[in-house]
Ligand binder design. Structure first.
Ligand code: GDP
Ligand code: MG
Length: 193
């Protein structure tokens, strides 16, 4: 009895160890102050910073997720302010399999920068990166400068997922990250199994 019990334990342990193997690097990109750091803070710690300065310095956060019964770790990289100087390095993109390209629905200029960010992503990555276009600050209804339809159309034109979020109101934040991780996982499953 004891032997079979221990055997069972061992099996569970091995399965768990196998599950630990899923680690996906996801990068956050987009203009300064669109809410990248706050999307990550909301997702990883359920926190929000009214003052953006408080989130500088974090390189990446690893978040465990459950996808189709498997434990998957998303290693989510945040720019720590380099995007302010258009100095996001190629090391930042290296090995990324997913990306959230973020604009602020209340600042049209950040939406117009999206194609530049997509170009940069393509230039620096050596594979097809699963990408979601994220229109953040959906809570700022009265200040909206980019319609939902425009966001959708741009995403469709580039073959991206699309979602509008609010890090402040905690709306759609987990979904934005999960969409990317789920798709990466499903591509991987098709290749391996
Ligand atoms: P980053 O430069 O892209 O990392 O942007 P931050 O996360 O630092 O956010 C920039 C500013 O926008 C900060 O003052 C945040 O409090 C604010 N912010 C971020 N997300 C939202 C949101 O969903 N709604 C609103 N109203 N403000 C937000
Ligand atoms: Mg930031």
């Amino acid at each position: 009895h004891l032997a079979s019990f221990l055997g069972g334990l061992n099996m569970a342990y091995m399965e768990e160890e196998q599950n630990e193997d899923y680690l996906f690097k996801i990068v956050l990109i987009g203009d300064s102050a669109v809410g990248k750091s706050n999307l990550l803070a909301r997702f990883a710690r359920d926190e929000f910073y009214p003052n953006s300065k408080s989130t500088i310095g974090v390189e990446f956060q690893t978040q465990k997720m459950n996808i189709s019964g498997k434990e998957v770790k998303a290693q989510i990289w945040d720019t720590a302010g380099q995007e302010r100087f258009r100095a996001v390095t190629s090391a930042y993109y290296r090995g990324a399999v997913g990306a959230l390209v973020v604009y602020d629905i209340s600042r049209r200029q950040t939406f117009e920068s999206i194609s530049r960010w997509l170009n940069e992503l393509q230039t620096h990555s050596d594979m097809n990166v699963v990408t979601t276009l994220v229109g953040n600050k959906s809570d700022l209804k009265d200040a909206r400068e980019v319609t939902t339809a425009e966001g959708k159309a741009l995403a469709e034109a580039h073959g991206l997922f699309f979602i509008e979020t609010s890090a402040l109101a905690s709306s759609n934040v987990a979904a934005a990250f999960e969409t990317v991780v789920r798709e990466i996982f499903s591509i991987l499953s098709r290749k391996v199994m």
